[in-house]
Structure formats: structure tokens, C-alpha cells
Write a protein that binds this ligand. Structure first.
Ligand SMILES: Cc1cc2nc3c(=O)[nH]c(=O)nc-3n(C[C@H](O)[C@H](O)[C@H](O)COP(=O)(O)OP(=O)(O)OC[C@H]3O[C@@H](n4cnc5c(N)ncnc54)[C@H](O)[C@@H]3O)c2cc1C
Length: 417
């Protein structure tokens, strides 16, 4: 079995899909090693196991939204697509989505998956109370806001099997989406604060070459400040629907041209009912503090001629600061510098250290679900609170049942796999 991108072949043939908590508990108790497979959208081996891989697809229950607590209870296998349809039908919403809705909620949060928007935190901040199955097969409750909940929200799959979560919700809202073309790079870097504040969610697509950012996707909540005028910082409003890769048919993209629609059909770039993106691809992403962003962008443009032949496209997004120790936005607003690579791993592997070196002065942190070459020593410098997750994982899982090769060798050091 392979991951979504096809670049990872999982290291075990033992794939199990239990249907009840008792079955899951028994499986956990008797497995020497076990990992949950979410929707398999990570590009590295974070979800791999040398022994047992468990799918929680049958843990797909979604409760009724609770207007008092503004939360909804979900099973550990629910995807954002399923949650979005359920909430929208009942007049509720979550605050943000990633670029596609097909990913599982818990798997996405485990790697600090994010959408965009200067005031939007990554998706892990939507998690409240958690029920987690430990190495003995028993469930422990983790209360929202506790130190454990903050570590577990971006837990990298290291702290147990999350069987149930409550998710923060809000009343439904409408979103309009406009795409602009050819935003001059010098305008972007000169007026970075103003440009990046546009809309509820903003994505900039580029290949790092030329003088302009190819596309600027602005998503605004109806009644918001952005009005979709014909020009924005020198970029021209598109007159037809576009795919981030201009040569591709935009049929699978969410509606644009300012047509209002529910959040569930606008916040992701790709529609739930279509296969997203360009098919076979690889992804990497690095996060820098907002205040370093223009220098980081300038550094990447210097690598443009080397990057462009390997890229389908790059995307620049914005994530608000939070207080989750393993979040790349811990205590600081960040800019996300994302790379959708052609499936050319040898060349991508060769260029990643150059990107990491170019972004090192800005303390760049990699996305935990994507491809990077950074050493664990450097990772611990840019994620200084890794040691807290490591200690917590050791406390709740002293035998290392939920560890795998990725966690042991790439993230935590001196921890038995
Ligand atoms: C086409 C595409 C677009 C993407 N777009 C974005 C984007 O817009 N923004 C972004 O930030 N990222 C994006 N990503 C990356 C993606 O969101 C992350 O890799 C995310 O972790 C994938 O979720 P998943 O359910 O597939 O998790 P998996 O890859 O299956 O698992 C990730 C981790 O979560 C753990 N896990 C899963 N479920 C549970 C559970 N119930 N209990 C305990 N541990 C669990 C797994 O064991 C593993 O450690 C994209 C990926 C793809 C392929």
C-alpha cells in the first residue's frame, strides 16, 4: 500500500480496520507497534509502521453541533469533507480549511495542517477535548486548553490513537473568491503587510521566476472588507475561472469570480467531488516568521531558475500565531512557503538542502507532513519545544508502541523505535 502521492510504500502488510472501540483496544494491546493511517496524504513516512497500520475509517460518527459550547464531536477517522457537509447542512462551520477537503481531521491536525489568512490559526487550533487510546488499550480524556491538549493537538501521531475529538465550530458563513493575475513582486515585498492583509484567506502562486506573482487568490467572507475590484496592488482580476497551474482545466477548483457560496465550497482550493491537484506530485513547505518573510521571498527568488524546472507551482500563505508547542506558528505569525514538486525525487532531494540553507537565516521550520532534509538537531533548534512532546510521548508510551522510524530518526533523537 502507498500514500496518496505514491512516493511512500508502507513498511507492513498488516492493515487493520476495526469497527468498535473494543476491537481497537484489543488490537492496540497485542500489537508491538501501531500507527493510525489517516487519509495517507503526508508525503513522508510519518504515518508508516513496521508492524500494524490501523485505519479508523469506521470511526466516522459526527454528532449534532452544540450551539451552547459551539463544538461538535467527531470520530477519529472523519475527514474535513465529511465534516464540512455535515456542518453546512446544519447551519454551522469551521473557521478554515486546507487546500483540499479530503484529508482526515485528526491526521491533518497531527501535522499542523493550515489554510491561509492573517487572522486564521492552523487547523490544530480547532481541536478541543480529546479521547486518546494509550498503549494499554485504555482511553484517557484530555481536556481542552490543558498542557496535554496543546501538545496532543500537533502530536505527530506520537501520543496515542485519537478516537474522538470535539471541534470548535461557528455559525455558517458565505465566502466569495476572486483570482488576480500578475502581482508585481516589488509591490508585494514593498507593501507586504498591506497585501497580505487582503481578504479572509489569501494565497499567492508563483514559480519564483519573472517579475510577478502569477496568481493571487483572495477569499473573503461576505460582508468583509475586500470587494473584488478590477485591480489590486497592480494585479488584474481574472475574467475567467483559473487553476493554480494556469494550463490546467479549473473544473476541479472551487468557484471563483466573486460568486458567493458556503464556506465549505470556497475555503479549499479544490472541490470535494474531484480528485485534487495535478495527480502525481511531491510537496515541501517551510515556515518563517512574518517579519522575515520579504527577505525569505527574496532569497527564494534568487534560486528561481533552479527551482522552476522542478516545480508545478509554489504557494505563499499566512498563518496566525498560536500557543501550541509543536505548531510552526507557536507564539509568532508566520508565512508558509510551499512547493508542489513534479515527481522528480532525486532532483528535489538535491535542491531541498539549498532551500533549507537559503531559509536558515530566517529560522525556517519544515511542515511535518511534507518532504525536508533538515537534521534532527536543526529541527530541534527551529522547533525548540520538541523535547516537551518527546517527554510527553515517553510518559504515555514508555515502550514506544506509537514510535516509528520517522519519529525516532528524523524528529526525536535518542528514543528507541
Ligand atoms: C494534495 C495535497 C494537498 C495538501 N494541502 C495542504 C494544505 O493546504 N495545508 C497543509 O498544511 N498541508 C497540506 N497537505 C498536507 C496534509 O494536510 C498533511 O500531510 C496531513 O497530515 C494529511 O492528513 P492525513 O489524514 O492524510 O494524515 P496521514 O498522512 O494519514 O497521517 C499523518 C499523521 O497523523 C497520524 N494520525 C492520523 N489519524 C490519527 C488518529 N486518529 N490518532 C492518532 N494519530 C493519527 C498518523 O499516524 C500520522 O502520524 C496536503 C497534502 C496533499 C496530498
Amino acid at each position: 500500500m502507498k500514500n496518496w502521492a505514491g512516493n511512500v510504500t508502507f513498511g507492513t502488510e498488516r492493515h487493520v480496520m476495526p469497527g468498535t472501540i473494543d476491537e481497537l483496544s484489543e488490537l492496540v494491546s497485542r500489537s508491538p507497534k501501531i500507527k493510525v493511517q489517516g487519509s495517507k496524504h503526508s508525503f513522508n513516512t510519518i504515518a508508516d509502521s513496521s508492524d500494524t497500520l490501523v485505519s479508523l475509517k469506521k470511526f466516522d460518527q459526527i454528532g449534532e453541533p452544540d450551539p451552547e459550547t459551539r463544538s461538535v464531536r467527531i470520530g477519529g477517522g472523519v475527514t474535513y469533507g465529511e465534516l464540512a457537509v455535515h456542518l453546512q447542512e446544519r447551519g454551522w462551520a469551521v473557521s478554515n480549511l486546507a487546500s483540499l477537503p479530503h484529508i482526515s481531521v485528526i491526521g491533518a491536525c497531527a501535522t499542523a495542517t493550515h489554510g491561509s489568512g492573517r487572522t486564521n490559526k492552523n487547523l490544530s487550533n480547532q481541536l478541543l477535548d480529546l479521547e486518546v487510546m494509550g498503549q494499554d488499550g485504555n482511553i484517557r480524556q484530555i481536556a481542552a486548553g490543558s498542557p496535554e491538549a496543546k501538545l496532543a493537538a500537533v502530536g505527530l501521531g506520537a501520543i496515542g490513537l485519537i478516537t474522538t475529538a470535539t471541534v470548535r465550530i461557528e455559525p455558517t458563513y458565505q465566502v466569495q473568491q476572486w483570482v488576480y493575475e500578475d502581482l508585481p513582486f516589488d509591490v508585494l515585498t514593498s507593501y507586504f503587510d498591506a497585501v497580505s492583509s487582503h481578504g479572509y484567506s489569501l494565497s499567492l502562486f508563483t514559480k519564483w521566476t519573472g517579475d510577478t506573482v502569477d496568481q493571487m487568490w483572495v477569499k473573503e467572507r461576505t460582508g468583509g472588507l475586500f470587494e473584488g475590484r478590477s485591480e489590486c496592488f497592480g494585479a488584474k482580476r481574472a475574467t475567467e475561472k483559473l487553476h493554480p497551474l494556469k494550463e490546467m482545466d479549473p473544473v476541479n477548483c472551487t468557484d471563483q469570480l466573486g460568486v458567493p457560496g458556503p464556506w465549505s465550497e470556497r475555503l479549499a482550493h479544490f472541490k470535494l467531488e474531484f480528485t485534487p491537484s495535478a495527480g502525481e506530485e511531491l510537496q515541501s513547505e517551510f515556515f518563517v516568521d512574518f517579519k522575515c518573510a520579504t527577505e525569505a521571498i527574496t532569497a527564494l527568488r534568487k534560486l528561481g531558475s533552479e527551482l522552476a524546472p522542478l516545480l508545478f507551482v509554489s504557494e505563499i500563505r499566512f498563518v496566525a500565531a498560536d500557543d501550541l508547542p509543536m505548531s510552526p506558528a507557536y507564539s509568532t505569525d508566520i508565512v508558509a512557503l510551499h512547493f508542489t514538486w513534479r515527481p522528480m525525487w532525486d532532483q528535489v532531494r538535491a535542491v531541498l538542502p539549498k532551500i533549507e540553507a537559503a531559509l536558515a537565516p530566517f529560522g525556517a521550520r519544515p511542515h511535518f507532513g511534507k518532504l525536508f532534509t533538515m537534521s534532527p538537531t536543526r529541527l530541534a533548534e527551529v522547533y525548540p519545544r520538541i523535547s516537551e512532546l518527546k517527554a510527553y510521548a515517553h510518559e504515555v508510551d514508555p515502550e514506544g508502541k506509537f514510535m516509528n522510524e520517522f519519529l525516532t530518526n528524523r524528529v526525536f533523537t535518542n528514543r528507541q523505535s
